[in-house]
Design a protein around this ligand. Structure first.
Ligand SMILES: Cc1cc2nc3c(=O)[nH]c(=O)nc-3n(C[C@H](O)[C@H](O)[C@H](O)COP(=O)(O)OP(=O)(O)OC[C@H]3O[C@@H](n4cnc5c(N)ncnc54)[C@H](O)[C@@H]3O)c2cc1C
Ligand code: FES
Length: 275
């Protein structure tokens, strides 16, 4: 499968049967699945997603979009919250099982320039595309990686990964890391950096967090890119269920076709849930 837009953007999504290498529960309702899928693992750029067929049956009919997580060699990880029927079926897959994928799909994050200081700001499960972005930056790159969770029992990455990637955690209940939201932690970091760096922000997380992130970045004139994880139907630009309003008043963007990564200045974000 290869669309004209994909060709224009030099992105070549394909259909691939992956094999589940490992699946483990990280915390309450959060699963981490390693998939062997050489074509997708090799071609994916941070911010892109795969459209996953969660069952061999007709139901559920629609595929589920999930961000491509950390990739190494022929493998990549899917990290997901079990929300409804689709993700429940996915979590029930066992090592050795097949998984039907289309990807990588969507526009990725623009890799920061050498003169820029990236700050990765994740809320909850929004950490997934930022883990891949972290992988795609040189290991000695000066940067900050912030992750906000509600509490330790809702952790979206385990302690080992937090340590290895030097992720600064914030938690709403104060049980781990900075006590407060990831936006509060970001404000603290920005104040510490005191305008000495050419900052660019990469964000992914729930709607209210992205709204606050955009507002803060506008107030401080900091460029920001956000990945929008809105509900999707078809995933190919046909059903319009993933529309988000354009900031220039010129109608709507389709997240599956024009995103999921946007310059935060280009989209209207609302204080409630996405979109
Ligand atoms: C780009 C992207 C990346 C994402 N990455 C991640 C990730 O890495 N980890 C993670 O946990 N979650 C991620 N999500 C969210 C994830 O896709 C949903 O949580 C998941 O699809 C829920 O599926 P479910 O069957 O468990 O839930 P349910 O709520 O039971 O089902 C959702 C179903 O409803 C359909 N649907 C919803 N709204 C509409 C609509 N308006 N019109 C038509 N159909 C609709 C969906 O297609 C899907 O079939 C991502 C979403 C996007 C868009
Ligand atoms: S999901 Fe159908 S148009 Fe985007």
């Amino acid at each position: 499968m290869c669309s004209l837009r994909a060709l224009k953007n030099n992105i070549f999504p394909c259909s691939e049967k992956g094999v589940v290498e490992q699946v483990r529960k990280i915390s309450d309702g959060i699963w981490d699945m390693t998939v062997l899928a050489p074509k997708i693992a090799g071609a994916s750029r941070a911010g892109q997603f795969v459209h996953v067929r969660v069952s061999d049956d007709f139901i559920p009919f629609l595929r589920r979009p999930l961000s491509v997580g950390p990739a190494r060699g022929d493998f990549f990880r899917l990290i997901f919250t079990v929300k409804g029927s689709g993700t429940r079926l996915l979590a029930a897959k066992e090592a050795g099982g097949e998984i039907d994928l289309i990807g990588p799909l969507g526009r990725p994050f623009i890799i920061p320039g050498e003169d820029q200081f990236p700050i990765l700001v994740a809320g909850g499960i929004g950490v997934v595309p930022l883990l891949l972005l972290d992988n795609q930056l040189p290991s000695d790159r000066e940067m900050e990686f912030l992750l906000g969770i509600r509490s330790l029992k809702d952790a979206t990455v385990d302690e080992v990964e937090v340590g290895q990637r030097r992720i600064h955690l914030s938690s709403e209940d104060g049980g781990v890391g900075f006590h407060g939201s990831v936006i509060d932690l970001l404000i603290k970091k920005l104040d510490e950096l005191n305008h000495e760096k050419n900052i660019v922000i990469y964000g992914c997380g729930p709607g209210p967090m992205l709204y606050a992130l955009k507002k803060l970045c506008q107030e401080r004139s900091i460029p920001a890119y956000v990945s929008l994880e809105v509900p999707m139907g078809c995933g190919v630009g046909a059903c319009q269920s993933c529309a988000v309003p354009r900031a220039d008043g010129g109608g709507y963007y389709l997240v599956c076709h024009d995103g999921p990564v946007f310059n935060a200045a280009d989209v209207v974000l609302l204080p409630g849930v996405l979109p």
